[in-house]
Write a protein that binds this ligand. Structure first.
Ligand SMILES: *[C@@H]1O[C@H](CO)[C@@H](O)[C@H](O)[C@H]1NC(C)=O
Ligand SMILES: *[C@@H]1O[C@H](CO)[C@@H](O)[C@H](O)[C@H]1NC(C)=O
Ligand SMILES: *[C@@H]1O[C@H](CO)[C@@H](O)[C@H](O)[C@H]1NC(C)=O
Ligand SMILES: *[C@@H]1O[C@H](CO)[C@@H](O)[C@H](O)[C@H]1NC(C)=O
Ligand SMILES: *[C@@H]1O[C@H](CO)[C@@H](O)[C@H](O)[C@H]1NC(C)=O
Ligand SMILES: *[C@@H]1O[C@H](CO)[C@@H](O)[C@H](O)[C@H]1NC(C)=O
Length: 692
């Protein structure tokens, strides 16, 4: 009996042991809560059960479908959620998620996705397109499905008649025809409803709260980047008693999505929180800034897939940059050529003028603006304004080489400060392509050359003796200023009639000083370059090429003889003015050298003086020539002119010295000739002499 009792008690104990865990398990089930939050899905591959095209991307986004046609994708939380309580009523739950829908093109997205309560995470047999990866044409509407879904539909309707709008949310019970649907809007405030597009490519937040005791739900959807949460849900306290027919002991929560044959979108979930169990479960809020970065929004960019699109963007970007570079290069090149862009050394020169202005002043260097071709270039008359006093002379020079220009310009900068009543005022300069432009005061009367020789003489008048003498003294005074009176010694290098401009009051102004230097500098160093004008070049120049104030004096002497006699320094090669005057001087009868056109209208004493001084200046030996200061003293009668010594003249040998090997840039002086200058490279003296 005792054994029987102990058997009974043992059995009882066994029963107890057996039942306690069972009871305990039941209790746990009834009070089960689920609570999770995914701020992105990195590392949660085991917590999320994906199928078909659904993937957790390396960047943490849960992608349900890509944009391939006719695909489905599902993703469920790996553990079932127990929603039924003791009385078999559906307990409260709350969920929140942020999603992005990126269509292939704004008009061609599809089909949509759902938030789903499903008895299984395996939606085997679910179809694409309007079945949203949730059901298929055979089981659609079947009460045995036990699925509840909130659908986010981006395509015009499952049954065209029923789901008319392509941008709506719907509540579905076992059936993809929504029992209830709403167009997508949110309440920005109590009076204002804002609509927006699900497939905008922008993050969108959805909140679903179900209240078990009242069997109602609230649903809110709004652009996640909007400033604040909507003031009220889109669906408010909607009774959903049908849910109790759906929900089973164990339900899986998750998402399904699908694309269609012609309409497809990529569906992403960026973050998801869920809470169930208890009186008022509330899904933890999702903060957009804590979620992974939204996928690149290509929703508005047309039909191309992102790779092609980014390739196109990159290529067109590169092309644009190249085109822009090319454009700027061409413009720069052009402006550089036009002289609008300055080389370093050109900046900081106060006398540099703008080519544009000069171009305008000379009307684009029109031919009728040419007032002379001589010396080293062509001279144009320019008008800075309509006033006649604002006239300029623009000398356009094309140096054989630009090498020397820089040094020359530096010199011009100081020459620009030269101020004398017998010097042409240099206003400035400008470099343009291969041209150097020098800007002078405009002297209307023309050059001494034209006054002395111009064949079709307008007035018919011969330049009077007084004017000639005054001009000669003026030139001497200008040269004196250059040689001795200014801060630096300036050698003119090209004294000749065409470089003497005459003002209306017969005041001469010497121009082009220093210009010949440009040609000396531009030359190669291994050759000696002689620059000047044949007939005015001192004999020593042909030997050593060194210009000096004495060589200027020589040229002045020739010029002086020329002014008095009205004859050019040399002609075809047999006549030499200085030799001719010297012969007359030697014969004791110098006055026949005076310009016969003057007749007797000249001062014999002055003429004799001028001729003697001219001869003195033309002395073969530089050291024997007077300085310009002495020349002026002679001409002003402050000092007597000495006798000319025996070594004055050229010997035959000295003349053949002219033939020493040199390269010469020689400017022609013939006013009637339009050939302004020529350069010669030759070895024989005769050809140089006959060169003009
Ligand atoms: C997701 O994964 C992260 C990292 O592994 C983990 O810390 C987190 O708890 C997971 N979240 C859920 C809801 O399981
Ligand atoms: C979609 O794909 C399924 C198989 O994945 C295939 O049976 C069906 O015919 C396809 N539908 C269309 C419209 O391409
Ligand atoms: C279960 O149902 C009974 C009667 O309908 C009710 O009194 C009780 O509060 C319910 N329990 C819960 C947990 O809802
Ligand atoms: C879902 O399917 C997978 C493989 O097809 C299987 O291993 C798993 O047990 C299934 N899960 C459920 C809840 O049916
Ligand atoms: C639904 O929204 C209303 C108003 O905001 C609120 O009173 C109610 O508790 C909400 N219901 C749920 C289930 O959150
Ligand atoms: C979201 O997170 C950021 C940074 O962590 C924080 O500054 C901001 O206040 C948060 N917003 C909300 C609504 O919690």
């Amino acid at each position: 009996m005792g054994a029987a009792i102990s058997m009974v008690s043992l059995l009882f104990m066994f029963f107890l042991l057996l039942t306690i865990p069972v009871r305990a398990q039941r209790t746990r089930t009834e009070t089960s809560t689920t609570d999770f939050i995914f701020k992105g899905f990195t590392g949660n591959e085991t917590e999320i059960q994906t199928a078909e095209t659904a993937r957790i991307k390396p960047d943490g986004l849960l992608r349900l479908t890509d944009r391939n046609p006719n695909v489905t994708g599902t993703a469920f939380y790996h553990k079932p959620v127990r929603l039924l309580d003791q009385n078999s009523t559906v307990g409260s739950f709350s969920t929140s998620f942020v999603f992005v829908i990126i269509p292939t093109s704004s008009s061609n997205g599809g089909f949509g996705f759902t938030f789903t309560l499903s008895p299984t995470p395996n939606r085997t047999g679910a179809e694409s397109a309007q079945y949203l990866g949730l059901l298929n044409k055979d089981n659609d509407g079947d009460p045995r499905n036990h699925v509840f879904a909130v659908e986010f539909d981006t395509v015009q309707g499952f049954n065209d008649v029923v789901d008319r709008t392509g941008n709506h949310i719907g509540l579905n019970f076992n059936d993809l025809t929504s029992e209830f649907q709403e167009p997508v809007i949110y309440y920005a405030n109590h009076d204002r409803k804002e609509d927006f597009t699900l497939q905008s490519g922008e993050p969108i937040q959805a909140l679903l709260d179900y209240d078990g005791p009242t069997q109602t739900l609230n649903f809110t959807v709004y652009p996640a980047e909007s400033k604040s949460k909507p003031v009220r849900p889109l669906i408010l306290r909607r009774p959903v008693p049908k849910l109790s027919e759906i929900v089973q002991e164990e339900m899986y929560v998750g998402f399904t999505a699908a694309t269609g044959k012609d309409q497809s979108s990529a569906h992403y979930v960026m973050g998801w929180s869920f809470s169930s169990g208890g009186e008022h479960p509330l899904a933890q809020p999702l903060n957009l800034s804590e979620l992974p970065r939204a996928p690149p929004n290509t929703a508005k960019k047309g039909k191309y897939n992102p790779q092609v699109l980014s390739l196109i963007v990159a290529l067109s970007g590169v092309t644009l940059i190249l085109l822009a570079l090319l454009f700027f290069f061409v413009v720069y090149k052009k402006r550089l050529q036009e002289g609008e862009i300055l080389e370093d050394w050109e900046i900081n020169h106060p006398h540099r003028l703008r080519y544009k202005d000069l171009y305008a002043a000379t009307e684009g260097f029109k031919e009728y603006r040419i007032i002379g071709t001589g010396g080293f270039g062509t001279v144009y008359r320019g008008s800075i304004s309509t006033s006649s006093s604002d006239q300029i002379a623009v000398k356009k020079i094309t140096p054989n080489s630009m090498q020397g220009v820089r040094e020359f310009v530096a010199e011009i900068e100081s020459l620009g400060r030269l101020r004398h009543k017998n010097l042409v005022n240099l206003q400035g300069w400008c470099k343009h392509k291969n041209d150097l432009l020098l800007i002078y005061d405009y002297i209307p009367n023309g050059s001494l050359d034209s006054l002395l020789y111009s064949k079709p003489r307008q007035s018919g008048a011969v330049l009077s003796w007084n004017a000639r003498f005054q001009i000669a003294k003026g030139i001497a005074s200008g040269l004196l200023y250059l040689h001795e009176e200014w801060e630096k010694i300036v050698i003119h290098r090209d004294v000749k009639p065409s470089n003497v401009l005459i003002e209306s009051n017969m005041n001469p102004r010497l121009g082009d000083f220093g210009l010949a230097r440009l040609y000396e500098r531009g030359s190669q160093s291994h050759t000696t370059v002689v620059v000047g004008t044949i007939g005015y070049m001192a004999p020593e120049l042909t030997r050593n090429g060194n210009s000096s104030s004495a060589s200027d004096v020589y040229a002045f002497g020739v010029l002086l003889l020329e002014i008095v006699s009205g004859r050019r320094p040399t002609d075809s090669g047999t006549f030499f003015l200085a030799d001719w005057v010297m012969e007359l001087y030697a014969s004791g009868e110098i006055l026949p050298a005076v310009d016969p056109r003057l007749g007797s209208a000249y001062d014999g004493g002055e003429a004799k003086l001028a001729l003697s001084v001219g001869l003195l200046c033309c002395h073969q030996r530089p050291a024997s020539r007077p300085s310009m200061r002495t020349v002026l003293r002679y001409m002003n009668g402050d000092e007597d002119v000495p006798e000319i010594d025996d070594h004055w003249g050229y010997s035959d040998s000295s003349r053949s010295d002219f033939g020493s090997k040199f390269e010469g840039y020689v400017s022609s002086d013939k006013a009637s000739s339009s050939v302004a200058s020529f350069s010669v490279t030759r070895n024989s003296s005769s050809s140089v002499i006959s060169g003009r």
